[in-house]
Design a protein around this ligand. Structure first.
Ligand SMILES: O=c1[nH]c(=O)c2[nH]c(=O)[nH]c2[nH]1
Length: 325
C-alpha cells in the first residue's frame, strides 16, 4: 500500500556533534484489545494486550527532529485494531501478520518486536448447568504470551506462559546439599513443592519465515503447539518425583521439547514458594505434615534454559524479553 507523508512545518535541526545514536526501538505498548467472535450464538473471546515496536532507520527523528520515517505509535495502535477486524487465529499468527505488514510496507523498517499477553476467559454456567454462550469469568492468574522478533532477515517466535501457580503436596524432597556454618535447612524427604511457572519457548529458526511467508508457522498450528507444551510441562511437574526444583525444571523442559519437535529451546523462571511446617508443639499438638506457613518472601528463584542438541546458547531474541524469560 502506498505511503504518503505530510510536509514538515519546520526544518530539521542540526544534530549535536560528538555523539552517535545507539540501539533504539519504539512503538505502542500494551494495546488492550478484546475481540468477540459472534459467528454463531456461542460467542468466543480473544483478550490481548499487544505491544508493537519498530526498529530500522529512525536516526533522523532522534538526532534532527525529522519525523519522515516515524510511523506514529498511534498508527501502530490503529493497525492492531484494524487487523483484529479480520480475526485472530492465534496470538503468534496475529503478531506475525503485524510484523510482515510493518517490514513490507515501510522500506526503512528492518525489524521490530511484537508481543502479546493473552488473558483467558471461562464460560459461566447457565441455568441448565451448561457453559454459557456469552457470559464469562476471567480465568485464574495465568497469562499466555507470544513474541515475534524480526531482525533483518531473521524472524524468531517465542511462546510461553506466566504466573501459572502449581503445587504438589508430596513427591518432593531436597537432600544431599552441602552444609557449612551457615546452613540450618534440614534435609527434607517429603516436602511441599510449589511454584509459579513462567516459561517461554523458542521455535526453531525457519519455523516462521516472513520472507517465505511462513506466517502460519509452516503448517504449525500455534494453538495446538501451545496446548501440547503447556500440558507436557504440567504432567511432568505432577508425575515426576522431585529431588530439587532445578531437576523438576529440567524434566518439565525436556517434556516440552519432546512434545513439540519445532521447539528449539525452553526457558523457565520458577520461584520456589516455600511452605514451612508450623511447630505446633507449644500448643501441645503434633503436626504430621498438615499445617504449613506459606512464606511469601524471600523465595528461591530457579531459572534455566534447556536446549535441543545442536542449538547454540544465547540466541539474540532473549535480549528482547524482560528478565530471564
Ligand atoms: O529445590 C530446591 N532447590 C534449591 O536450590 C534450594 N535451596 C533451598 O534452600 N531449598 C531448595 N530447594
Amino acid at each position: 500500500m502506498p505511503v504518503s507523508q505530510t510536509d514538515p512545518t519546520s526544518a530539521p535541526s542540526e544534530p549535536a556533534a560528538g555523539y552517535r545514536l545507539g540501539a533504539n526501538r519504539y512503538g505502542k505498548a500494551e494495546v488492550r484489545l478484546v475481540r468477540v467472535d459472534r459467528d454463531t450464538e456461542r460467542h468466543t473471546l480473544t483478550d490481548l494486550s499487544v505491544t508493537s515496536q519498530l526498529r530500522g532507520d529512525f536516526a533522523d527523528t532522534h538526532t534532527r527532529g525529522d519525523n519522515a520515517h516515524v510511523i506514529a505509535t498511534d498508527t501502530q495502535k490503529n493497525t492492531i485494531f484494524a487487523f483484529a477486524r479480520d480475526g485472530i487465529t492465534s496470538p503468534e499468527a496475529f503478531l506475525l501478520r503485524l510484523a510482515a505488514h510493518f517490514t513490507d510496507d515501510f522500506a526503512w523498517v528492518d525489524g521490530g518486536r511484537w508481543e502479546a499477553h493473552a488473558y483467558g476467559w471461562d464460560r459461566l454456567p447457565s441455568e441448565s448447568g451448561a457453559p454459557h454462550d456469552h457470559a464469562f469469568a476471567r480465568s485464574g492468574g495465568e497469562t499466555r504470551t507470544a513474541l515475534v522478533d524480526v531482525d533483518g532477515g531473521r524472524t524468531t517466535v517465542l511462546a510461553g506462559l506466566r504466573d501459572l501457580t502449581v503445587m504438589k503436596s508430596t513427591g518432593s524432597e531436597f537432600v544431599g546439599f552441602p552444609r557449612d556454618r551457615y546452613t540450618t535447612l534440614p534435609e527434607e524427604t517429603d516436602r511441599i513443592l510449589a511454584t509459579s511457572v513462567s516459561a517461554r519457548w523458542r521455535y526453531a529458526d525457519g519455523v516462521a519465515d516472513l520472507d517465505g511467508r511462513g506466517l502460519d508457522g509452516g503448517g504449525l498450528d500455534w494453538d495446538s503447539a501451545y496446548g501440547a507444551a503447556r500440558s507436557a510441562m504440567l504432567t511432568a511437574f505432577a508425575d515426576t518425583h522431585s529431588k530439587a526444583l532445578q531437576e523438576t525444571l529440567y524434566v518439565m523442559a525436556t517434556a516440552v521439547l519432546d512434545a513439540v519437535p519445532q521447539i528449539a529451546e525452553v526457558r523457565f523462571s520458577m520461584p520456589n514458594k516455600h511452605h514451612f511446617l508450623v511447630d505446633l508443639a507449644p500448643f501441645g499438638l503434633d503436626n504430621p505434615g498438615e499445617v504449613f506457613y506459606a512464606a511469601d518472601r524471600p523465595y528461591g528463584l530457579i531459572e534455566a534454559a534447556v536446549l535441543r542438541d545442536g542449538e547454540a546458547d544465547g540466541h539474540a531474541v532473549w535480549d528482547s524479553v524482560d528478565g530471564f524469560c
